[in-house]
Design a protein around this ligand. Structure first.
Ligand code: DI6
Ligand code: FE
Length: 410
């Protein structure tokens, strides 16, 4: 049997209930194994539960939030693209570089050349950086293999990450990220191929969701539809890189398939917003990519709010458009660049990020949720969006275990 552990002396910001931040000033939590058994004001802790407590931690008035969830990353890849960054600084555009065979395709070459061990080692380093920032759940997409064998390798590495690190990992199949050189000029044949690879990957337990890049340099709506139909036939949920560089009405298509999320959305139109609202699809905004590509078209945040579309925020970590390794920095940028409120931004990396991954057991501090939380060196979580370039994370508890500070690492 698991011992009940009491965490007291916390200023909890549960994000549960209707009040601002779900604040509980003299808060306490009781965890049992990897689950939160009770959350509330210490004074209201039921006596029988108090009596069952086998260990206690005094958080000494520190501020506590749910563990952060990075719901959109491309963490597994070989190499980096700093030289492409220099090219862009000299005037080449992201699309021009991609069309000339650079961009995603250059990372595909480096990924195919990298061994499984090298891919795992580099992804582990990056995951650790995100975790040091308070991340307890991470989504990882494939999409730099673009061949059956290499997509499988990347998804296995992603799964492995969740086994070697104290981290929950969700995997997403994004073979529809770009057309690989073997299929140059034959995108429909490539779509047939990637649809053909999916059942075996799914049978191996490597796929939690299916994604695509619907854009001028990605895949058309019709191709995306075929991919979504294949996902649906296997009972897999879908998400979409939609309306990033141009408006393809991708979000409306994704909503038809009850997508868990549509991501990027700088060029999202009103009909797309309505379709997402009706389908309950989360809007995942990615300020890192917007910033790094020096985009100037803002996602329609006010329309998303007005239609009640939940907004999530993620790093979009990838070597081409967002080499970002801090979700805290994304909170800041979501406010400065997209004008989210600090509370919206925090909900975007907790409650709404969980929803973007189809996870109901995390994102808030409430009885029955996973015991994933972060203790911050801050007076109030609004400071998460205020400071930048500062890591205010003091302690991370993942599945009821203290994983940071990591005593095994020192
Ligand atoms: N949109 C992006 O911003 C990333 N993928 C996508 O579909 C960029 C990926 C890359 O440039 O390597
Ligand atoms: Fe992405």
């Amino acid at each position: 049997m698991n011992t009940a552990v009491l965490w007291r002396g916390a200023r909890l910001f549960t994000l549960a209930g209707n009040g601002p931040w779900g604040a509980v000033p003299d808060g306490a939590m009781v965890t049992e194994g990897d689950t939160l058994r009770w959350v509330g004001p210490l004074a209201e802790l039921p006596q029988p539960l108090r009596a069952a407590v086998g260990a206690e931690h005094d958080l000494q008035g520190a501020c506590v939030t749910p563990g952060l969830i990075d719901c959109h990353t491309h963490l597994v890849y070989g190499g980096e693209r700093a030289a492409e960054f220099e090219q862009r600084l000299q005037g080449a555009s992201y699309e021009e570089i991609a069309r000339a065979g650079g961009g995603i395709r250059s990372t595909v070459r480096a990924t195919r050349e990298a061994s499984d061990e090298a891919l795992l080692a580099s992804a582990t380093r990056r995951a650790r950086e995100l975790m040091a920032d308070g991340v307890t759940t991470l989504e990882v997409k494939s999409g730099y293999g673009l061949a059956a064998e290499h997509e499988a390798r990347c998804l296995r590495v992603a799964r492995r990450l969740g086994q070697v690190l104290p981290l929950s990992v969700r995997t997403t199949y994004l073979a529809a990220h770009a057309v690989p050189p073997e299929y140059e000029g034959r995108p429909d044949d490539y779509v047939d191929a990637l649809i053909g690879w999916l059942p075996a990957l799914h049978a191996e337990g490597l796929v939690d969701a299916v994604d695509g890049f619907c854009d001028r340099i990605g895949f058309t709506r019709e191709q995306t539809r075929r991919i979504f139909e294949a996902a649906r036939a296997l009972g897999l949920p879908v998400k979409l890189h939609a309306e990033q560089l141009s408006d393809q009405n991708g979000a409306a298509l994704a909503a038809e398939f009850k997508a868990m999320s549509c991501d990027h959305l700088e060029h999202l139109n009103e009909a797309g917003v309505r379709a997402m609202a009706a389908a309950g699809t989360v809007a995942v905004l990615l300020p890192g990519a917007y910033y790094f590509l020096r985009d100037t078209t803002l996602p329609p945040v006010q329309a998303l709010r007005e239609h009640g579309v939940p907004i999530a925020i993620a790093t979009d970590h990838n070597p081409g458009s967002s080499p970002a390794l801090s979700l805290q920095l994304m909170l800041h940028m979501a406010c400065t660049l997209f004008r989210l409120t600090p509370e919206e931004a925090l909900r975007g990396v907790t409650v709404h990020a969980a929803r973007a991954l189809g996870l109901r057991d995390r994102g808030q501090l409430a009885a029955g949720q996973r015991a994933d939380f972060v203790v911050w060196d801050l007076d109030h979580p609004r400071e998460l969006a205020y400071w930048f370039g500062r890591n205010a994370c003091r302690q991370v508890v993942q599945g009821g275990q203290v994983v940071r500070p990591d005593e095994s690492a020192t």
